[in-house]
Design a protein around this ligand. Structure first.
Ligand SMILES: Cc1cc2nc3c(=O)[nH]c(=O)nc-3n(C[C@H](O)[C@H](O)[C@H](O)COP(=O)(O)OP(=O)(O)OC[C@H]3O[C@@H](n4cnc5c(N)ncnc54)[C@H](O)[C@@H]3O)c2cc1C
Length: 282
């Protein structure tokens, strides 16, 4: 097997253009599991975790540009956690400290698992994924990148360079249901973000559909039932809000849960996130 180490994004573009069958290795937390279980045939690997540009992030006005090799460890605390609290909350729920030291935001997006915990947060925030190859750069919505269960729309010679995440003014929540609190793949998850300036709430669900799931109707409905000056919610709106969130889910039965339980829990998570962010109106 060829094992190559890319030193820059230009180098990576060149190595992929020469042979697009080469596979990218970032933190290896998904990749190596598949190799060890012989679920992945590999003839050539390019390690990307030493590319400095991919390991950096920067705050650019009203957004943060996060390199694809930024790890959960860096997202879960420090300035990134202040700028994008729901992303930090979600990072803190992922695996163990060892997994969070190695696993990257780019790997989570490229793996495209319905249970990928970065995905609902990035969807709710309307993040843009920047993908690159020798032929140029494209910007995709998370829902355009992730096309189904573990499938993405990257071209053979493309890689995820970075993710542009809007920085919003307003509280955010990420909640996850699993059989225990740590080291758990989500049975369901929910991200709720607020934009006080636009008086809008973004909601996305995890593990309830093949591709990223925004609860658009619930977002429109509940945004109109908030007093944005006082940050309160009308109590009479909560039941309908929960139903709209449940209706937006399209879960399956699998070894982790029944579809009925998944549908039930996203409603609970929606109510809980809402009431953590907004007080009930008297
Ligand atoms: C014990 C354990 C617990 C876990 N718990 C969770 C959890 O709770 N929640 C959760 O969401 N995930 C969890 N995971 C999954 C995993 O940690 C994440 O999906 C991780 O983000 C993958 O990132 P990575 O850098 O390790 O990617 P890698 O394993 O290196 O790569 C994964 C895939 O993405 C591709 N890839 C990587 N980077 C790029 C890029 N920049 N451009 C294009 N393609 C790329 C690779 O070619 C490969 O196909 C767990 C994994 C383990 C082993």
């Amino acid at each position: 097997m060829d094992f190559l180490i890319a030193s820059s994004t230009e180098d990576l573009c060149e190595l992929l253009a020469q042979d697009p069958t080469r596979q990218l290795l970032a933190g290896g937390t998904d990749f190596m599991v598949e190799v060890n279980f012989r679920h992945r045939d590999v003839t050539g690997v390019i390690a990307i975790d030493r590319i400095e540009e991919l390991k950096r992030w920067r705050h650019d006005g009203d957004s943060v540009l996060i390199g694809s090799c930024v790890t959960y460890r860096e997202i879960e605390r420090g300035p990134l956690a202040t700028l994008i609290p729901a992303l930090a909350q979600s990072a803190r729920t992922i695996g163990s400290p060892q997994i969070r030291n190695a696993g990257t935001i780019g790997g989570n997006l490229a793996t495209a698992s319905p249970a990928g915990d970065m995905i609902p947060v990035l969807s709710a925030l309307g993040a843009q994924v920047i993908v690159r190859s020798k032929s140029g750069v494209r910007e995709l919505q998370v829902g355009e990148l992730i096309t189904g269960v573990k499938t993405n729309s990257l071209l053979e010679d493309e890689f995820i360079e970075s993710v542009r995440v809007p920085v919003l003014r307003g509280p955010q929540e990420f909640l996850k249901v699993g059989p225990r609190n740590a080291m758990v793949i989500s049975v369901t998850s929910l991200a709720m973000v607020t934009d006080i300036d636009k008086e809008y709430i973004g909601i996305a669900l995890g593990s309830v559909s093949a591709s990223p799931c925004r609860s658009t109707e619930a977002e429109h409905f509940i945004s109109k039932n908030i007093n944005w000056d006082k940050l309160t919610v009308q109590s009479g709106a909560i039941e309908n809000f929960e139903s709209l969130v449940r209706e937006s889910a399209n879960p399956i039965d699998d070894h982790r849960s029944s579809s009925g339980y998944r549908t039930h829990t996203v409603g609970i998570l929606a109510r809980r996130a809402l009431l953590r962010i907004f007080r009930l109106e008297n």
